[in-house]
Design a protein around this ligand. Structure first.
Ligand code: ADP
Ligand code: ZN
Ligand code: MG
Length: 373
């Protein structure tokens, strides 16, 4: 019998991989939990019968005009503030043009060189050490619909399009290339999800596509100054896949370099069944989105007064709360982690502060286990 070996081990030994330093930057889409879509009044509920939550705007019918949702703007302001970004007093929408069957307008309304928020950071803790990850920008855009390739009797021949999701508001969060391992990327995404949940902009359920992550990764010899050529890895549908895909891609790039080759700049797809990434399109095949300012929307102005009103309504961030729980309640870091993992639990704990932390902690464990069934 052939022994099962991991795809990573087949590429390069741990000793060879250890000669290199990975560099990772993430691009994360967070679906905002607004009641209605970003440019029309259609509801955003998940799981409605196909093509029932649609109107001329989100169907991209000629002549229909977008109207920006205030709720979506405030939510993305909360995202920006939670990630320690500067909120721009003036930001602009831009058209990102491409053809796809689930994109009826033929373009996404996004933001380009003047995003709503930029220059932020998030602190993560990996192996007991604190590390700051830079946030390049946060911008708003509308989600596309969904192509459905499976589940119909004629799925072998046809695909279907469901436009219920078309026009759902997204915040796209782009990080600096500041992460140096798959563990750091994993820790960042966990922290980000927690922050998003705390500020109540999204449940970040990856299975429902509320949190989607693309990973940019390159490797360089330890001590080298210049970054290596990066590949962008897509189709990371879970936290575990992010880590596994990065470990694979890091080993693959190391193997290419070690065998005298050069890493190509390309977009790669992760295949969770095989545990491998494979080339999807090269740099030459990368789409040219022909961005231009969105003519149907005026620039977005955010007054200082509006910004500060949103800031004043922000809850305490998880990292602050964690540190405060350790200091105020003399908790172990481990217990404080558990008690702040969920905002409701953390607030419950503070309300019944006299109760033993361990007890609430065991309750959350039981609850987590039950939710798996
Ligand atoms: P592009 O021009 O391909 O859009 P950007 O410079 O805008 O590239 O960066 C996109 C993402 O890739 C960001 O998250 C950034 O942190 C990350 N990134 C940029 N260069 C590298 C690199 N050499 N290695 C890993 N990640 C990188
Ligand atoms: Zn609509
Ligand atoms: Mg870019």
């Amino acid at each position: 019998m052939v022994p099962m070996s991991s795809p990573v081990a087949e590429l390069a030994s741990p000793a060879v991989i250890a000669k290199y330093e990975p560099v990772v930057g993430l691009e994360v889409h967070v679906q905002l939990a607004t009641a209605s879509k970003i440019f029309c009044g259609c509801p955003t509920v998940f799981g409605a019968p196909p093509n029932t939550n649609v109107c001329p705007v989100c169907l991209g019918l000629p002549g229909a005009l977008p109207v920006l949702s205030r709720e979506a703007v405030e939510m993305v302001m909360r995202v920006g503030i939670a990630l320690n970004c500067t909120i721009r007093p003036l930001s602009r929408f831009a058209r990102k043009n491409y053809f796809y069957p689930d994109l009826p307008k033929g373009y996404q309304i996004s933001q380009y060189d003047e995003p709503i928020a930029e220059h932020g950071w998030v602190d993560i803790i990996v192996d007991g050490a604190r590390k700051r990850i830079g946030i390049t920008r946060v911008h708003m855009e509308d989600d596309a619909g969904k192509s459905v390739h499976e589940g119909f009797s004629d799925s072998g021949r046809y695909s279907y399009v469901d436009l219920n999701r078309s026009g759902t508001p997204l915040a796209e969060i782009v990080t600096e290339p500041d992460m140096r391992s798959s563990d750091e990327a994993y820790a960042f995404l966990i922290e980000l999800k927690q922050i998003m949940q705390f500020v109540e902009v999204s449940a970040c359920d990856m299975e429902k596509g509320q949190l989607r992550c693309d990973a940019n990764v390159s490797v360089r010899l330890k001590g080298a100054e210049k970054f290596g050529t990066k590949a962008e890895v897509k189709n990371l549908n879970s936290f575990r896949f992010l880590k596994m895909a990065l470990d694979y891609e890091i080993a693959r790039q190391v193997a290419v370099i070690e065998s005298g080759g050069r890493v190509e700049q390309e977009t790669r797809l992760y295949d969770p069944d095989r545990g491998e990434t494979s080339g999807m399109r090269s740099r030459e095949q990368a789409p040219d989105y022909r961005y231009f300012p969105e003519p149907d929307l005026v620039p977005l102005r955010i007054s200082e007064e509006w910004r500060e009103r949103v800031r004043a309504a922000m809850p305490e961030m998880p990292s602050k709360k964690r540190a405060r729980f350790v200091a105020d309640y003399k908790l172990a870091e481990y217990d404080a982690d558990w008690l702040t993992a969920n905002r409701a639990v953390s607030e419950y704990f503070e309300e019944v502060g006299s109760v033993n932390a361990r007890w609430i902690y065991s309750c959350t464990l039981v609850k987590l286990d039950c939710s798996k069934f």
